[in-house]
Ligand binder design. Structure first.
Ligand SMILES: C[S@@+](CC[C@H](N)C(=O)[O-])C[C@H]1O[C@@H](n2cnc3c(N)ncnc32)[C@H](O)[C@@H]1O
Length: 279
């Protein structure tokens, strides 16, 4: 399965800076997801799909030092960053390159995990409920295992998108931002809840978590213009006018409307469900 967002090279480029700005927000969503996913069974073993630099993997390891965790991603660069950020001696984290669209293989074997986690990654997939992807995630789980997913809430309050749109249209009022995701990709809680239920998970619970992208004006400008993150790179590529002027407008919006970048709205949808104990 291929989408513009599921290419290792675009994430390899973003790996070095990912943890600074975006990782800060991801970690808040990941923390909540861990709280919603009790880890008590003696045979517990977790996999993180699209783990990136380990926003969830590393917090999970810190809370459950004896829990074996397989951090996986399509981008080797992201996994290298995850390992170098995991400074804990004796950590039970291992990593493997895995395409989450068809994850089974190697250490990511069928029925091996009590918990399948994924944060801020599933929306790169075009249609995860209908195309069988979630069915494959279920196959990774033991009977009664827990699936726990977080994704960006791409609603009208999504600050990073809004700031770009405002700055770009201030320079070119005719600019129409192209859609970020493919039409069936998930954008929030309703998609997550429906997708988990349609894929046969039980006791599905979802909620919206406020994250904020409050990295300050300079932090936002670095994220947008220097981090190599695929989202800003894609937005810049869609603009045919003078990007230097957009940057100037962006600085003004950050200064005034977003309180020097200390109030940039962003939220996540988080949800958990259980694999039935019998098929
Ligand atoms: C927005 S980042 C989220 C990273 C991390 N989970 C977090 O919450 O900070 C999306 C991640 O998904 C990974 N990714 C994109 N397509 C993928 C695929 N098909 N299979 C596995 N990982 C993928 C990217 O390399 C990137 O690390």
């Amino acid at each position: 399965m291929s989408t513009p967002w599921a290419k290792p090279e675009i994430w390899d480029t973003a790996a070095a800076k990912y943890n600074d700005a975006v990782g800060r927000s991801s970690r808040i969503g990941a923390k909540r997801l861990i709280e919603l996913s009790p880890i008590s069974r003696p045979d517990a073993r977790a996999i993180d799909l699209g783990a990136g630099t380990g926003s969830l993997t590393r917090q999970l390891a810190a809370s459950f030092p004896n829990l074996p965790i397989l951090g996986t991603d399509i981008s080797p660069g992201m996994l290298d960053a995850l390992i170098s950020l995991d400074k804990k001696k004796g950590s039970q984290i291992t990593t493997q390159v895995v395409d989450m669209a068809s994850p089974i293989g190697g250490e990511a074997s069928e029925g091996k995990f009590s918990h399948v986690f994924s944060t801020m990654a599933i929306q790169v997939l075009p249609d995860p409920a209908s195309d069988g992807t979630l069915g494959q995630w279920a196959r990774l789980l033991k009977p009664g295992g827990v699936i726990a997913i977080a994704l960006w809430n791409f609603d009208e309050n999504c600050g990073p998108h809004a700031i770009w749109n405002e700055a770009a249209t201030a320079v070119d009022p005719n600019y129409v931002p192209p859609p970020i995701l493919t039409p069936q990709a998930w954008t929030g809680c309703a998609d997550l809840e429906k997708g988990l239920e349609r894929s046969g998970f039980l006791n599905v619970k979802t909620e919206v978590v406020h994250l904020g992208f409050d990295v300050g004006k300079e932090g936002f400008l670095k994220f947008f213009w220097e981090s190599g993150n695929p989202m800003p790179v894609d937005r810049q590529g869609s603009f045919k006018g003078d990007l230097d002027k957009v940057r100037v407008e962006m600085e003004k919006f950050l200064e005034v409307k977003y309180d020097r970048g200390t109030r940039i709205p962003l939220s996540a949808a988080v949800g958990v469900g259980e694999k039935p104990k019998t098929d």
